[in-house]
Design a protein around this ligand. Structure first.
Ligand code: ADP
Ligand code: ASP
Ligand code: MG
Length: 466
């Protein structure tokens, strides 16, 4: 069995839909059991989210405009690729119903003047619920037996709106119960990515970019032979091609390497995508919809050790927080209390670095979490601050983590040296450094203004560019 996931650009317009139908037909020739997962058409989720936010701020125009733009965008594809009049009319009714409910939702948000995370999940999930029925109809027009399935019927999550966590057991039970019969009838299910529901049936989402995660969850539940992530680049590259145009495909990565890259900002995979694959030992292939026979990346439990560094990535919009003071030396428990306070506000710590002199602890958090973290730390460490055991809690804003990733770094001397000479030559100031004990990653904190140059210089130190 194969699970094929198509991202927003892969279903971005008529040509892309036709290309996707071709790829699915080829997959079906290779394996009779194919499950498709689709994202919303490119730009649609953003449009939905912006319209809902604008409605909460008192603007009705954006959702009115969005309604007609979205109708046009989907109907254009339907009009060009679905010849059968009955099918086209059925899709027309579906999209009309979706957009009417979108308008009703936005109107309520406008009247209330408030947008909750729960409400936003209902609105933002509409994009996949317009794309999956369209793709299924396009496939049928290409002679492929296909049926769209709403993932809310399958993926059961907690109620953490905006980034819910799937509950694996009920999800797998439902995935098998809902999808196996379709596969046994020779049909290809086309499942909505990104969306899910609680066990009470309340709509949730897996977080932005979450369709990759949906595909991995279904792949693990169905014990697929491979999960394929079809996107708009030739697999996972040695760097983001928007920053390093000469970046090249990495043919193979281990799960751990891919997870580190995704976690540290390589947008090509949602950070949680690897988790279900690791447990089920399912290979993940990342390939280009627009160049299906071009280079691609295979993510596996183990790979041949070819090259120490596999890729460079960067994660933006962070704040570095420094807790510093000579009085911290030898005082037990400051680190524990620091991170307890950080955890209490639910902030996600991306990197920690402590100097060996123990005079400071510094860690990076998303910039949006920084004010709450500083407030919590100031309260937790109030006594130490008054007694000057801690001199200050300092925030350095607008920083970026540049991560150098590769399992072969372990036992390869000189990697850190090459990274620092590259940055030294480029006269880029490194604010903090951390190396995980797994040695799969060296993380450097630099100023946001230096981020792209840092990625380019470090990339050039390890890779020849095309
Ligand atoms: P999709 O809509 O298919 O899910 P995304 O936009 O989410 O696609 O992810 C693909 C994009 O990720 C690429 O177009 C590229 O700009 C970006 N990207 C960032 N880092 C990398 C990397 N190391 N390798 C490949 N793509 C990357
Ligand atoms: N459509 C969703 C988003 O834009 C999910 C995805 O594309 O993976 O975030
Ligand atoms: Mg994506």
């Amino acid at each position: 069995m194969l699970v094929l996931k198509f991202g927003g650009t892969s279903v971005g317009n008529t040509q892309a839909f036709a290309q996707v139908a071709e790829i699915i037909a080829r997959a079906r020739a290779q394996d009779a059991h194919v499950v498709v997962v689709t994202s919303a058409m490119s730009g649609v989720t953003n449009t939905l989210v912006h319209a809902a936010r604008a409605a909460a701020d008192g603007y009705e125009q954006p959702y009115r405009e969005a309604r007609s733009d979205l109708l046009l965008k989907h109907q254009l594809v339907a009009g060009q690729l679905i010849e059968d009049g009955v099918e086209r009319a059925a899709y027309g009714r579906l999209i009309d119903e979706r957009l009417r409910s979108f308008e009703r939702l936005c109107h309520s948000i406008y009247v209330l003047g408030e947008l909750t995370a729960r409400g936003l999940d209902v609105v933002s999930g509409l994009g996949e619920r317009m794309a999956a029925p369209l793709l299924a109809a396009v496939l049928r027009a290409h002679g492929i037996a296909a049926e769209w399935v709403d993932a809310a019927e399958i993926v059961v999550t907690d109620a953490n709106f905006g980034g819910a966590t799937p509950l694996i057991e009920p999800t797998c039970a439902r995935a098998n119960a809902r999808l196996r019969p379709l596969l046994d009838q020779g049909k290809t299910p086309v499942v909505t990515g990104f969306v899910a529901a609680t066990s009470e049936g309340i709509a949730t989402t897996l977080g932005r970019g979450g369709s990759d995660y949906s595909a991995a969850i279904l792949g693990a539940c169905l014990q697929a032979d491979e999960v394929q992530i079809w996107t708009d680049v030739n697999g996972i590259l040695t760097a983001d091609p928007r920053i390093v145009p000469g970046a090249k495909t990495t043919p193979e990565l281990t799960y751990i390497e891919a997870a580190e890259l995704a976690y540290f900002g390589a947008k090509v995979l949602h950070p949680k995508t690897i988790l279900p694959a690791i447990e089920a030992l399912i290979p993940i292939r990342v390939a280009n919809t627009f160049q299906p026979d071009g280079p691609s990346t295979l993510v596996l439990p183990e790979t041949a050790r070819d090259g120490a560094v596999k890729a460079i990535t960067a994660i933006k919009h962070l704040t570095l927080i420094n807790v510093e003071g000579r009085g911290m030396i030898g005082v037990p428990g400051i680190a524990a209390r620091t991170f307890k306070a950080v955890a209490a506000v639910g902030a996600n710590v991306l990197m920690i670095s402590q100097s060996s002199s123990e005079q400071s602890i510094c860690f990076a958090v998303p910039e949006g979490d920084a004010p709450a973290v500083i407030q919590a730390l100031t309260a937790e460490l109030a006594q130490e601050l008054t007694r000057h055991f801690i001199d200050q809690i300092r925030a350095i804003h607008d920083v970026v983590i540049v991560a150098v990733v590769g399992a072969g770094m372990r036992g390869t001397p000189g990697i850190a040296g090459r990274v620092f000479s590259a940055l030294g030559e480029a006269r880029i100031n490194v604010i903090a450094v951390a190396q995980g004990s797994s040695e799969v990653n060296i993380s450097l904190v630099v100023d946001e203004n230096d981020a792209e140059a840092a990625v380019r210089f470090v990339h050039a130190a390890f890779f020849a560019e095309a």
